[in-house]
Design a binder for this molecule. Structure first.
Ligand SMILES: [Zn+2]
Ligand SMILES: [Zn+2]
Length: 431
């Protein structure tokens, strides 16, 4: 990516593209410190601007130690709904950004009530000293969007500093309260300049080629005009990322135009398939349900998140469940290198594989028909590159997936400090 940024072509272009998606938290209502924080993720763009979706408690801790995203570049935060695991991290994060010297505004998009929630706390406490710019989606729009099959368009409501986004829409989800999913689109890329053709039309090599590339017509010394459309290939559409949580039914959203052919489909998968009934009752999805929604919109890659604490390795609840799973599947999924970095708290000889991956994502994989697969997101997992391929963190237990280059990137010191944090005894945290 670094190399690509330095090419002449990119320096001449004003296109702002996705750089990476970083998961800061992948748990549902209960965090497992050091393993799974509450639900949150950021999207970093090539201009450094950073967009966060949801901000569960602990998000600012995660961002502080993350080397791949900066709180100081956080320009937009989209909140899906007002359940605590998706927004209670805002107070601390916004305040700390102020004491870190932030003066630029932060734009907050979310359902009706978001402003009141923050105003209540900040009016009784002390508000951050930089501007908060709220864009609330009226609750009445939820039904209207469901009935019309149209998304709620946000791009035109964004201030100038966020107009580099190709598009931003909210789509209605079905949950216990008004909940919106978000579709973020990058600007797309200018078409390739046919240099040979431009030269043949008399354009001298030099800055005029750059203007053509930017879509501008150029006037030659002899007065003739060469139009950019004559030597510029078709513009490449921007890639799209969607974040759909929490949701027991994303059907309406997945039929909407912005979701079509989405490149990275991020969806909650709180439970495994055997618990589908309970999942729907609680307003949630299973991995299999998420994969079916992804198929509806021809998604290219699926990242599952928002896992129940029962899929957190090394919690008592999990260890109990693990014995059942062990019987059912005859496979404990021990780590390949036998490394045990945390106390197991049970009879397990080594740390079990991530059950969100071996159970929830594995089931979803059986159903998903898109080209790039299904992944159980983990905290610190990074999705990047042209197709958003995941870079596994050290929690990954499948050595075949450990792309050497990516591992080098996420294994920088601050990240290691997270999983080895002595203040967070991982085992037995629950109950
Ligand atoms: Zn939730
Ligand atoms: Zn919720």
């Amino acid at each position: 990516v670094e190399g690509r940024k330095k090419t002449l072509e990119n320096r001449q272009s004003d296109d702002v593209l996705f750089e990476r998606v970083v998961f800061l938290g992948t748990s549902s209502a209960v965090p497992c410190p050091g393993r799974r924080n509450m639900s949150s993720l950021v999207t970093v763009f090539s201009n450094g601007s950073t967009v966060m979706v949801d901000c569960g408690e602990g998000t600012q801790h995660q961002l502080k130690v993350c080397t791949l995203a900066k709180a100081s570049r956080l320009d937009l935060i989209c909140i899906t709904h007002l359940h605590g695991d998706h927004c209670l991290g805002l107070f601390g994060l916004l305040l700390t950004s102020g004491s870190d010297g932030r003066t630029d505004p932060v734009v907050l998009v979310g359902p009706e009530g978001l402003k009141q929630m923050l105003d209540s706390v900040f009016s009784l406490s002390a508000p951050p000293e930089y501007p908060l710019h709220f864009i609330e989606i009226p609750n009445a729009m939820h039904r209207q969007c469901l009935e019309s099959g149209q998304p709620y368009k946000l791009k035109e409501l964004l201030p100038p500093q966020l107009q580099f986004l190709g598009n931003l829409s909210a789509v209605p989800l079905i949950h216990g309260m008004t909940t919106w999913g978000y579709v973020i689109e990058e600007s797309g890329k200018e078409g390739k300049l046919d240099v040979r053709k431009a030269l043949a039309l008399g354009v001298p090599s030099g800055p005029k080629l750059g203007l053509l590339k930017k879509g501008q017509n150029v006037v030659l010394d002899d007065g003739t005009t060469v139009s950019s459309s004559d030597c510029l290939g078709e513009r490449q559409p921007g890639r799209k990322i969607c974040v759909l949580q929490d949701s027991s039914d994303s059907t309406a959203a997945c039929r909407m135009e912005p979701l079509q052919n989405v490149d990275l489909f991020i969806h909650e998968a709180t439970f495994e398939h055997a618990m589908e009934e309970e999942a729907i009752e609680k307003g949630h999805s299973t991995g299999v349900m998420a994969a079916k929604f992804a198929n509806m919109c021809n998604a290219k890659r699926v990242a599952l998140t928002h896992f129940s604490a029962r899929y957190n390795p090394s919690t008592k609840l999990f260890l109990k469940e693990q014995r059942k799973l062990e019987e059912m599947r005859g496979n404990l999924g021990c780590c390949a290198d036998g490394e045990s970095s945390e106390p197991s708290g049970g009879e397990l000889a080594c740390e079990p594989a991530d059950p969100a991956e071996t159970v929830v994502a594995a089931e979803a994989r059986e159903v998903f028909t898109g080209p790039h697969g299904v992944h159980a997101a983990q905290d610190w997992m990074v999705f990047q590159g042209p197709t958003f391929a995941p870079v596994m963190t050290e929690h990954d237990t499948n050595p075949a997936k450990k792309v050497a280059k990516g591992i080098a990137e996420v294994r920088r010191k601050p990240l290691l400090a997270v999983s080895r944090n002595p203040f967070y005894p991982a085992a037995g945290f629950l109950e």
